[in-house]
Design a protein. Sequence first.
Length: 318
Amino acid sequence: MNTYGHWVIGLAVSYTALLILAGRIARRKAETSTGGYFVGGRQFSPLLVALCITGLFSGSTFIAVLELSYLKGVSAAWYGVAETLQVLLIALFLVAPFRERALVTISGLIGDRYGRGARAVAGAITAFAFPMWSVATALAFASAVHVSTGIPMIWSLVLTACLLLAYLQGGGMWSIGLTQSINCCVFLVMMAIGLYVVFTGPSLSQFAAANPQYFAADSVGMTQIVAWFGTFIVNVPLAQAAFQMAVSCRSSAEARKGLFWACLFGIPFVVVATLIGLTAAAAVPGGSRGLIAIPQYLETVLPAPLVGVFFLGIWACA
């Protein structure tokens, strides 16, 4: 393991310990309020809802766009547009009914209408689907661990999963609110480092002249773009975590405002991820996996501490 590996692993472990501590402090607040564990006592502000949604969706979007922009170019940004549409639809059509009926879970809504059996099936679907989504985002950090330490990819993923498991031991909406707020601060530092890499890297105008296909709006393929929009639209009534964060707000109007803010907060994630992916494609062309090529490139242009902090942001996204 080289110096880069020490920084990536060391910061991730230390940061996870910090999040666990913050989660335990927040959990005490949840225990002293009615409904504190599941919906934060319904005392979230619009800003806190926005930060929670940003951490939930924009972090994963950053990872997806980072990978796809390296491989396909600017059309990867359509993924972020589709994800933003999902949040808008939740804000416009579903937050108010959920908040007014004091619902907490999708499975609870289904159970109220169709009975306990349907509730159990709906809960099982959420229980199996969410971990698969989490593993997909964790692959990004595992790729950085693999590149910086030389640990085989499978064991890098196991290490990442262990850190996730340790973090998830804490619970409750106040815990999520606090830790996601901390994550958003790390996101800002990560994107600042990313922009530095973009502005000091290869000329994107020259890259565009030599590789115009990277700047076509449909280079990823119209079928793929339609699939993204279809997936996120179908996922609107299934976005359990988003509903739970939104109904933790004081009112449906404030919850809707928080979701609208989250849409705005998500724009820089899409833009910066696209620019970093394009910069890496210009500097390290021909790679088959962006999440491998980008760490390799960053290690050639940044000192180990900054690489560690950048991938701490990726860890926060996961």
